[in-house]
Structures are given as C-alpha cells and as structure tokens.
Design a protein around this ligand. Structure first.
Ligand code: SAM
Length: 259
C-alpha cells in the first residue's frame, strides 16, 4: 500500500473513475450509514439542505463530506493525518466542487473553523479520551444538530462482545460510566500516520455507555435526542445479528428544535 492509498472510502466521480475500485464495502454513497445521514439531514431541513454548513470530523478520505456537498451543502471535512488529508484534497480536485473544503487539523480545534449548522461525527468519538467534553464542544459549534455514529461501552460482556481484550472494566470518567479502550502505544508522527483509522496522540479512548452518550447530547443543549435505526439497513435482522451486536455501535442524534 502506498502512503496515499485509499483505505475505506470508495468514491465514484463523474468520469466513472473510483478511488477504490472493487472495494468490498462498495461506494460510500451507497452505504446505509451515508444514506441514513442524508435522510436525516433532509428531514431536519425539510429537504432544503442547500447552503447549510456541515462539518465532517475525522473525515478520513472525505467520502461523506463529498456526499454532503453533492446534496448542495457547504461541506467541510477535518482530518488530522496528512496522508488522509492528501486523499481528501485529491477527492476535492477530482470532484471539482466549490462547496467542498478540507483542513488538516485536530478535531479539538474545530472552533477555529467557526459555527456549523450540523456536525457529522462518524467513527471519531470512540477515538477520543474526553468524549463528554467533545460532545459539549460540538454542542457549542453546531447550531442545529449533531450526528454521532459511534461505538459505546457495553454494560456487560456478551459471549460475542468484540474488543474484550482491549477494553477495560466499567468505570466512571468525566462523570459518566463507560470503559477505556486501548488504541496504541504512541510513537512518532510518522508512526501515528501509519495507523490511518486510529486515535491521534491519545493512547486510549473512553467509550461511554449508550445511555451516557444520550445524556451527554441532552446536556450539550439538544432538546431532541434520538437513536437512528434505519442506518443499519434491514433493522430487525441486523440488530439481531451477533456480528452487529458484538460491535456495540449506533447513531445518536441531537437536534435543537427551538431555533
Ligand atoms: C475510524 S476512522 C473513521 C473515518 C470516517 N469518519 C468514516 O466514518 O469512514 C477515524 C478517523 O478519525 C481521524 N482522527 C482520529 N483522531 C483525530 C483527531 N484528534 N482529530 C481529527 N481526526 C482524527 C483518523 O485519522 C481517521 O481518519
């Protein structure tokens, strides 16, 4: 794999070319996660999403940010790793959309980029060591809504629970229950760059329980707090599937209805 190989976001451009041809996960645009986020955004804005400013934090290769831009939103992806950011710039170049932008920065610096209508936080919260503080920060930076796609800490181990060997016991951190998750043993910037999907400098991350995540959203100022189920595809079969259950993952949404 070259430094700039795409790792997960297969994106198709207008000329038919793709970033990861044949990728087993298919196109980002076709995933249930992406389609679910777009449905939710259309619901929040009654279909009038054009011009709404959205941040995609920890955006990896920019596939979700691009789909939001394709909806007409003013999309901004933030990514801490240089190699991932370089791929985002390639996506911007190949997509040729003026309403798509990226910056290379730590998500903790999101306030540098001003206020957003919506913050999309997919696959990032579980890579942070202070998720409560970060949800509070997103609450300050997002006018209307925050969409968080994340793992949460299980109360009990199920026989099939994943990550058992890298997750600690249930304990309290930032005032909420959850478990510490071991990320990596640190290293130089070059070494951190190689771990393209992991946390940045924090060697462990804290995963609140699902109930704690929902409470943190409410405490961050969102009066409507929901879990979005349609993002799994077929709801019953997926929620009953041990392969799904074992990952303890969901989409938690905070919306300000009084705006
Ligand atoms: C598991 S991947 C998820 C990528 C993408 N959001 C998705 O759902 O496909 C986590 C991403 O967050 C980025 N990341 C991790 N810590 C970060 C931080 N402190 N600030 C910004 N990005 C970060 C990683 O480099 C990686 O691109």
């Amino acid at each position: 794999m070259t430094a700039n190989s795409f790792t997960a976001h297969n994106i198709r451009f207008a000329d038919g070319s793709e970033t990861l041809p044949g990728y087993v996960g298919g196109l980002v645009a076709d995933t249930a996660w992406c389609k679910g986020a777009k449905r939710l955004l259309n619901l929040i804005y009654g279909g009038n999403v054009a011009g709404k400013r959205i941040a995609d934090l920890g955006c990896l290769e920019g596939g979700y940010a691009l789909e939001f831009a394709r909806m007409g939103m003013d999309a901004f992806g933030l990514e801490v790793r240089q190699s991932n950011y370089d791929n985002c710039l390639e996506v911007k170049r190949r997509a040729g959309l003026a309403n798509l932008g990226f910056a290379k920065d730590d998500c903790w610096n999101i306030a540098r980029y001003g206020a957003f209508d919506v913050i999309f936080c997919c696959g990032l919260l579980y890579h942070l060591d202070r998720p409560g503080e970060f949800i509070h920060l997103m609450g300050k930076q997002a006018r209307d809504a925050v969409i968080i796609n994340t793992h949460f800490a299980p109360h009990d181990w199920y026989p099939m629970t994943a990550f058992k060997d890298v997750m600690g016991p249930l304990e309290t951190h930032e005032g909420v229950p959850g478990r510490w998750y071991h990320e990596h043993n640190g290293g130089t910037v070059d070494q951190l760059e190689q771990m393209k999907w992991a946390s940045w400098t924090n060697r462990r991350s804290f995963w609140p329980t699902k109930e704690a995540l929902l409470q943190l959203l409410q405490d961050a100022g969102f009066d409507l707090v929901i879990e979005q189920y349609d993002i799994v595809g077929d709801i019953h079969d997926t929620l009953m599937d041990p392969e799904n259950i074992k990952h303890h993952r969901g989409v938690y949404v905070g919306i300000r209805t009084k705006r």
